[in-house]
Design a binder for this molecule. Structure first.
Ligand SMILES: [Zn+2]
Length: 138
């Protein structure tokens, strides 16, 4: 088990591109920018579409559902406040093929994670008002 509730964990430092992502997370929503011209959803968040270079990105709320595209187990203590072993997954979100983010996988033993496993976002409060999007089996 990890002690993901440790108060010594690093806290996100939002910038102009990622501030809406973290604001949505604090509200329990997974949100990313979508291109108004071609519909492409971008991760990591950015103000220019990575597919067509249009500059009109609109923030949308995603379902928070996806599947495990790839995974590994962290055995070393690389992040303060997070105790190994910890499952790390690359999650493909259901809204768009190839839209993937790297996340902690909670709620199951690290050795139980499988490629293709259905997962959903959870939002853990790691500091007052700061919630970290992570995923768990669904
Ligand atoms: Zn575009």
């Amino acid at each position: 088990m990890n002690d993901a509730q440790s108060p010594q964990r690093p806290i996100p430092e939002p910038d102009a591109d990622s501030a809406p992502y973290w604001q949505a997370a604090s509200e329990g929503r997974l949100s990313l920018p979508q291109c108004a011209a071609c519909g492409r959803i971008a991760f990591p968040p950015r103000q220019i579409c990575p597919a067509c270079n249009a500059s009109r990105m609109e923030w949308i709320t995603l379902s928070g559902r996806g599947t495990v595209y790839s995974h590994c187990v962290m055995h070393e203590r690389f992040v303060r406040g997070v105790n190994p072993p910890l499952a790390i997954g690359q999650i493909e979100l259901e809204e768009q093929a190839g839209l993937r983010l790297v996340t902690n996988l909670l709620g199951c033993a690290p050795e139980a994670v499988r490629i293709g496993m259905p997962v959903e976002a959870v939002f853990e409060e790691i500091a007052p008002g700061v919630r970290l999007p992570q995923f768990r089996p669904r």
